[in-house]
Design a protein around this ligand. Structure first.
Ligand code: MLT
Length: 264
């Protein structure tokens, strides 16, 4: 399904009944990364899962995709679907940066936060330089060069050994992302502010989920958010890397289900 925005069409999936749950994917993925949640949680939540601009089947307008801009797109999608009640926002990695931007911009629209495989800090100077390189490389060599580099880090070391079909699935998930999407999102992530000073002001309950063997974002980043957000709980998923919802969907879905029970 699509909604038409001023400068592009935004693709999204809409599934299930219950409290609204906005599922925001990471970089450079798309809403299909949530397929096992869209399936398993359909009796629990009304899930809306966009393809962020430049990703999946959404259009790729030019420009820098700041996390605020992506959060505005998510809010505009909720408005277009006439979802006005507070929503649980679940963001994975870059989607977590977008979820934190959504929390800063629209606290009144938030019922709960699920921060999966993400962090609240800004990029280090080296990290910012790497964002520029990512954007330049995508523009010079094409999107495949970046996707190949990401593919070697997204999963736990053990997952690469044991589950080649999952590695192939993750490669497939990245395939539609455009050069504009990669460059726009990389430069947008580079600009994101340090969200840590605002964490004590997060008023809603938060579930922090992190794979024990994440090779992209260290577990300490999740522990830091769980300590700073007043009503937060940390769930560490064993035998999972940066994609716990795909590597251990049963454990991930159980954690989300329990969080919804606590919210109710
Ligand atoms: C992601 O998985 O969304 C990105 O790797 C996050 C990042 O690069 O900071």
């Amino acid at each position: 399904m699509f909604v038409r925005f001023e400068d592009f069409n935004l693709a999204y999936a809409d599934r299930g009944r219950g409290t609204p749950l906005l599922l925001i994917h990471g970089f450079p993925l798309n809403h299909s990364m949530w397929n096992q949640q869209l399936e398993a949680l359909a009796d629990r939540a009304h899930m809306v899962a966009p393809d962020l601009r430049g990703h999946g089947d959404s259009g790729s307008p030019p420009g820098v995709y700041t996390m605020e801009r992506l959060a505005e797109d998510c809010k505009a999608l909720l408005d277009a679907l006439a979802i006005t009640e507070p929503v649980v926002v679940c963001g994975h990695s870059m989607g977590g940066y977008v979820a934190l931007a959504f929390q800063r911009l629209y606290p009144e629209r938030l019922a709960g936060l699920i921060l999966a495989s993400t962090r609240a800090s800004e990029d280090t100077p080296e990290g910012k330089a790497a964002r520029d390189q990512t954007a330049e490389k995508a523009q010079a060599e094409g999107a495949a060069a970046i996707k190949q580099g990401m593919l070697s880090k997204l999963l736990a070391p053990q997952t690469y050994e044991d589950r080649p079909e999952l590695v192939a699935r993750v490669a497939e998930l990245m395939s539609p992302t455009s050069v504009e999407g990669i460059a726009g999102a990389a430069l947008g992530m580079k600009e994101r502010p340090d969200a840590r000073p605002g964490l004590p002001d997060v008023r809603v309950p938060a579930l922090i989920v992190h794979g024990e063997d994440d090779q992209i974002i260290p577990l300490e980043a999740a522990e830091e958010m769980a300590t700073a957000i007043p009503k937060a709980r940390l769930e560490v998923i064993p035998r999972a890397g940066h994609m716990p919802n795909l590597e251990q969907p049963g454990a991930f879905n159980r954690a989300v289900n329990e969080f919804f029970e606590e919210l109710a």
